[in-house]
Design a protein around this ligand. Structure first.
Ligand SMILES: NC(=O)C1=CN([C@@H]2O[C@H](COP(=O)(O)OP(=O)(O)OC[C@H]3O[C@@H](n4cnc5c(N)ncnc54)[C@H](OP(=O)(O)O)[C@@H]3O)[C@@H](O)[C@H]2O)C=CC1
Ligand SMILES: O=C(CO)[C@H](O)[C@H](O)COP(=O)(O)O
Length: 509
C-alpha cells in the first residue's frame, strides 16, 4: 500500500497515495528532466519525495505544481531518504559524471540493504558497470536507466531503458512502466539487462539520434542547394515525407524548425542559427565503444565528425578566406532536377535503415561481450514512443526481430532488403549528384559504401592483408587452406606456414 512500505498491489497497479505515510519513490535532481519526471510520477498517483542540491528548485516545484499529485519535499538528503518507504527507490537525475558520483557517495551511507538507487541521467555505461558493482558489494541495487524524450517526454511519458538486477526491476518496473508512454497498449519500458545494459542501449539510441539528424540535415542541404528550395518549401516537403515510411518525430520537428521565422529579422530561423553543431558526448561515446567492439557504425561516426567539422570555426574561416577549388556548382536543371525530391526521400530512407542496422549490430556485439542477453525486438518496441528517435519504421524492426531473433543484420530482413533494393537507384543518384555539386553528404555516401561493402563477394581487404604481411610480417590466411601464412618478401618470395610447428617452415602450396 502506498504511504507505508509497499507501493504496488499484487497486480502491479499503483496504489492510492497516503498523505500521512512514506513516499513510494524519490527523485533527487530537479532540473528540467528530474522535475518533469517527478511530476509525471506524481500525476500517476504515486507519492514522490523530491530533493535538489539547491533547495529553491524543490520549493519552486511544489509551489508551481504541488496540486498535480502527492509531493514530499525535502531540503536535505537525510530528510529525503527518511521520507521513503522501504525498500527505498531513489531516482538520481543530475548532471552525468562527477555530479552523479557525488550524489551516490552522499546517498549510500543513508541507505539500507535492498534499497534501489536509480541513475536516470545519461551516464557512460562503463561508469554504470563500476557503480553497479560497488553498490552490489554494499547490498544495494544500482539501476542505470536510459530515459529519452527530453523535457516534454519526461513529463508526458518517456521511453525508459532500465538495466541492473532483475530483482530490482520487480520492485521498480511497475512504476517505470506506469510513467512511460504507451504505444498500442505496450509501455515503452522494459528490463534491458544487467549492470550497464540500460545505459548502453540509451547511448546507442543517442548515437542513432545523431545519425538520423545528420541524414535529415544532408537531405535539407541537398534540396536547398540542388533545387534552390526555400526553408518554407522544404518544410512542406518534410511534412509530406512524414505521411509515409519516414514518419518520425525528427522528420516532424524538422518541418517545424524549417517553417519557423526569426521574430527579430523575419528571416527563416535556420538562417540565423550559427552553423556549428554542439554535442554533450553520447554520440562520441557510441563511436568510441563501437571502435572497441569492432562494429562499423559509419552513420553515427560520420554524424559525430560532421558536428566536429562544423565546429572547427577557425579552420573553416581560413579555408573560406583562402578559397579551395570545388565544382563550378550550379543548380539542378531539367532531367537532373526531375524526381530529385523523391530520390532524396528514398536515399534518406535507405541510409536511415543502414544507420539503425549498424546501431542494432552494436547492441548485439555488446550484449555478447558483456553477457547481457538483450532482446533487440524489445528495444525496437520501447523506442516506438516517447523517445527522440521514435518512428513508424521501428514497428518494422520489431517485426523483423520477432520473425528471427538471430537476424545477422536488419538489412537481411525481407522487408528491409526489398525497401533498400527499391531505393538503391535513387540512393546512388543522390550520392553521385552530391559529389558532382560538391555538397557534402557523408551520411548518405558512407551508408551506401557500407551497403556495397556488405554485399561484396571479395573485398580489397585481401590487398590490405598482403601489405601488412610485406611491411610487418603480420601474416594472412588463404582462401584455399587452413592456417596463417607469411611470404618471405625479402628472401626468395616463398610462403611459410606460421601457425603450426610440425608443418615445416614452407607452405605446401
Ligand atoms: N535535457 C535533456 O533533454 C535530457 C537529459 N538527460 C540527462 O538527464 C540528466 C539531467 O539532465 P537535466 O535535467 O537537463 O539537468 P542537467 O544535466 O543540467 O543537471 C542539472 C542538475 O544536476 C544537479 N547537480 C549538478 N551537479 C551536482 C552535484 N555536484 N551534486 C548534486 N547535484 C548536482 C543540479 O543541481 P543544482 O540545481 O543544485 O545545480 C541540477 O539538479 C543528465 O544526466 C542528462 O544527461 C537525459 C535525457 C534528455
Ligand atoms: O539524451 C537525449 C535524448 O534522449 C538528448 O537529446 C541528448 O543528450 C542530446 O545530445 P547532444 O546534446 O549531444 O546532441
Amino acid at each position: 500500500m502506498a504511504g507505508t512500505t509497499d507501493t504496488t498491489s499484487s497486480t502491479g497497479t499503483p496504489a492510492k497515495p497516503d498523505p500521512g505515510g512514506l513516499a513510494d519513490v524519490g527523485v533527487t535532481g530537479l532540473a528540467v528532466m528530474g522535475r518533469n519526471l517527478a511530476r509525471n510520477i506524481a500525476r500517476h498517483g504515486h507519492a514522490v519525495a523530491v530533493h535538489n542540491r539547491t533547495a529553491s528548485r524543490v520549493d519552486e516545484l511544489v509551489a508551481e505544481h504541488g496540486d498535480e499529485g502527492d509531493f514530499r519535499p525535502s531540503h536535505s538528503l537525510e530528510d529525503f531518504v527518511a521520507s521513503l518507504a522501504k525498500p527505498r527507490r531513489v531516482i538520481i537525475m543530475v548532471k552525468a559524471g562527477k555530479a552523479t558520483d557525488a550524489v551516490i557517495d552522499e546517498l549510500v551511507p543513508l541507505l539500507e540493504e535492498g534499497d534501489i538507487v536509480v541513475d536516470a541521467g545519461n551516464a557512460h555505461y562503463e561508469d554504470t558497470r563500476r557503480r553497479e558493482h560497488d553498490l552490489r558489494e554494499r547490498g544495494l541495487h544500482f539501476v542505470g536507466t536510459g530515459v529519452s524524450g527530453g523535457e516534454e517526454g519526461a513529463l508526458e511519458g518517456p521511453s525508459i531503458m532500465p538495466g541492473g538486477s532483475r530483482e530490482s526491476y520487480e520492485a521498480l518496473g511497475p512504476i517505470l512502466e506506469d510513467i512511460a508512454v504507451d504505444v498500442d497498449g505496450t509501455p515503452c519500458c522494459t528490463y534491458v539487462g544487467p549492470d550497464g545494459a540500460g545505459h548502453f542501449v540509451k547511448m546507442v539510441h543517442n548515437g542513432i539520434e545523431y545519425a538520423d539528424m545528420q541524414l535529415i540535415a544532408e537531405a535539407y542541404d541537398l534540396l536547398r542547394q540542388g533545387l534552390d528550395l526555400s526553408p518554407a518549401q522544404l518544410a512542406d516537403v518534410f511534412d509530406e515525407w512524414n505521411e509515409g515510411d519516414l514518419e518520425s518525430f525528427l522528420v516532424e520537428i524538422t518541418a517545424r524548425v524549417l517553417r519557423h521565422e526569426d521574430a527579430s529579422t523575419g528571416k527563416p530561423f535556420v538562417d540565423v542559427v550559427v552553423d556549428q553543431a554542439e554535442q554533450k558526448g553520447t554520440g562520441r561515446w557510441t563511436v568510441q565503444s563501437a571502435l572497441d567492439l569492432g562494429v562499423p557504425v559509419t552513420g553515427i561516426a560520420e554524424a559525430v565528425f560532421a558536428r566536429a567539422l562544423s565546429g572547427a570555426a577557425g579552420q573553416r574561416k581560413a579555408v573560406l578566406d583562402r578559397g579551395l577549388a570545388g565544382p563550378s556548382g550550379g543548380r539542378l536543371e531539367g532531367a537532373d532536377a526531375e524526381g530529385f525530391v523523391d530520390a532524396v526521400r528514398q536515399a534518406l530512407y535507405a541510409s536511415k535503415v543502414v544507420a539503425y542496422a549498424q546501431g542494432f549490430d552494436q547492441i548485439t556485439a555488446a550484449s555478447q561481450e558483456y553477457g547481457w542477453d538483450i532482446d533487440r525486438g524489445m528495444m525496437a518496441t520501447i523506442w516506438r514512443g516517447g523517445c527522440i528517435i521514435r518512428a513508424r519504421f521501428l514497428d518494422r524492426i520489431k517485426q523483423a526481430y520477432d520473425k528471427d531473433q538471430h537476424l545477422a543484420s536488419l538489412l537481411l530482413d525481407d522487408y528491409f532488403a526489398e525497401a533498400v533494393a527499391d531505393a538503391q537507384d535513387a540512393w546512388r543518384r543522390v550520392v553521385a549528384t552530391a559529389v558532382r555539386l560538391g555538397v557534402p553528404a557523408p551520411g548518405f555516401s558512407s551508408a551506401l559504401a557500407y551497403y556495397d561493402g556488405l554485399r561484396r563477394d571479395r573485398l580489397p581487404a585481401a590487398l590490405v592483408q598482403g601489405l601488412r604481411d610485406l611491411f610487418g610480417a603480420h601474416t594472412y590466411r588463404r582462401v584455399d587452406a587452413e592456417g596463417t601464412y607469411h611470404v618471405l618478401w625479402s628472401e626468395d618470395g616463398s610462403e611459410e606456414r606460421q601457425d603450426t610447428q610440425d608443418q615445416g617452415s614452407h607452405s605446401p602450396h
